[in-house]
Ligand binder design. Structure first.
Ligand code: GLA
Length: 414
């Protein structure tokens, strides 16, 4: 990155932070929504059909949370190697995604090229490397003139870039929203969705406009996942420049439960599990909440060097099974009192997942009525503790567990 492009990156970040702060303040609808009565949004074009991908929330790994703009092809290869050998691939982590900062200058014909010092072998070679390990390959671009880090964006090059991605073997595109200025988001995302479809290659489309223009209202047939918030910090709680902690991100994503479904999931951002800014209990809660919210599970840590606790979280097959439930229904918070929360998610075949989540700083008993869990006269379905990995016995009117601070008990009923 040159000094000038680094500077541009800084300015995009300032603009991004301002936009996200405004979004957080829940300002009134944007001008484009006020609308001309004759305007037919592209998403409501009856001829538009979804691309059929993303029937389950996508799982994989993305470079940004750990490597940010320093990412190299060696980092991508190392993580692909790790995911292919440490059990993650078998559990469903399939997409290996390079985030921003892989881009070099466009060539004389306007084609994207890879940044030559950190990606000297080029993107096609990297995609081949990832595919050879039984994984899928994802990349990043932006609907503006520049990406958030100041590299070339795809505005005005949508069909050309989609064709390049398809030629390289890309299976997943994350499409960001920096430097998009006055562009209409629905138009911009529809255009890239069309460009991806035109390649004939199945490319999962991950929309990243941070919830600014309420994409849950218009993107069902356009994108497979849609960011609903700004970036997730590696922090339990707090609002930072353009980032928020787990608690603030959850508060924004949870109310959108009714908009998610197979092929169009809400995305509260990539996982921070294992990056060091939270306790193991907090990472367990973060992962469980994402599973309850049918969120994409895109790991963001160094998967080649994980502590046993990080591994136990990211490789918890029973929690992953909740996230990947085929019904694809996002769970929700049923009750909250003094930081004690009860969440529920309906699962296929009449089963249910419950999350007893203690957001407070003190150990707290949290309970669910056993009648709600399907128990009559002491008899009911199988109840499984998904973190202890054992069946539990349920009796009486309430099933109560004392949950440590910032931790969870997650159970599956039926
Ligand atoms: C924005 C996105 C992030 C990441 C960075 C890359 O902040 O929301 O997820 O892609 O840009 O610069």
């Amino acid at each position: 990155m040159t000094f000038i492009s680094a500077l541009r990156g800084v300015w995009s970040r300032v603009a991004l932070a301002a936009a996200m702060l405004l979004a957080g303040l829940a300002l009134p609808a944007l001008a484009q929504e006020a609308g001309d009565p004759n305007f037919i949004p592209a998403s409501q074009d009856p001829a538009r059909t979804p691309n059929g991908l993303g029937q389950l929330p996508p799982m994989g790994w993305n470079s940004y949370n750990k490597y940010e703009c320093k990412v190299t092809e060696a980092d991508i290869r190392a993580n692909a190697d790790a995911i292919a050998t440490n059990g993650m691939r078998e559990l469903g982590y399939r997409y290996v995604i390079i985030d921003d900062c892989w881009e070099g200058a466009r060539d004389k014909d306007g084609n994207l090229t890879a940044e030559p010092t950190r990606f000297p072998s080029g993107i096609k070679a990297l995609a081949d490397y990832v595919h050879a390990r039984g994984l899928l390959f994802g990349i990043y671009s932006d609907g503006g003139i520049k990406t958030c880090a100041g590299f070339p964006g795809s505005q005005g090059h949508e069909f050309q870039d989609a064709a390049t991605f398809a030629r390289w073997g890309v299976d997943y595109l994350k499409y960001d929203w920096c430097e998009a200025r006055t562009r209409n988001s629905e138009e911009a995302y529809s255009l890239m969705a069309d460009a991806l479809r035109a390649t004939g290659r199945p490319i999962l489309f991950s929309m990243c406009e941070w919830g600014l223009t309420k994409p849950w209202l218009w993107s069902e047939k356009i994108g497979n996942i849609r960011r609903t918030t700004g970036d997730l910090a590696d922090a339990w709680s707090g609002v930072f420049l353009h980032q928020r902690g787990v608690m603030q991100i959850v508060a924004l994503n949870e109310p959108l439960w009714s908009y998610a479904g197979p092929g169009h999931y809400n995305d509260p951002d990539m996982l921070q599990v294992g990056n060091g800014g939270m306790t193991d209990a907090e990472y367990r809660s973060h992962f469980s909440l994402w599973a309850m919210m049918a969120a994409p599970l895109i790991a963001g840590n160094d998967t080649g060097h994980m502590t046993p606790a990080t591994k136990a979280i990211l490789l918890n097959a029973e929690v992953i099974a909740v996230d990947q439930d085929p019904m694809g229904k996002q769970g929700r918070r049923l009750a909250e009192s003094g930081g004690a929360e009860v969440w529920q998610r309906d699962l296929a075949g009449g089963a249910k997942a419950y999350l007893l989540f203690n957001a407070s700083d003190k150990p707290t008993p949290i309970g669910v009525d056993t009648a709600d869990m399907g128990f009559v006269d002491g008899k009911g379905p199988r109840v499984r503790d998904l973190w202890a990995h054992r069946d539990v016995t349920v009796s009486g009117k309430r099933y109560i567990r004392t949950v440590p601070p910032h931790d969870v008990v997650m159970i599956r009923v039926g």
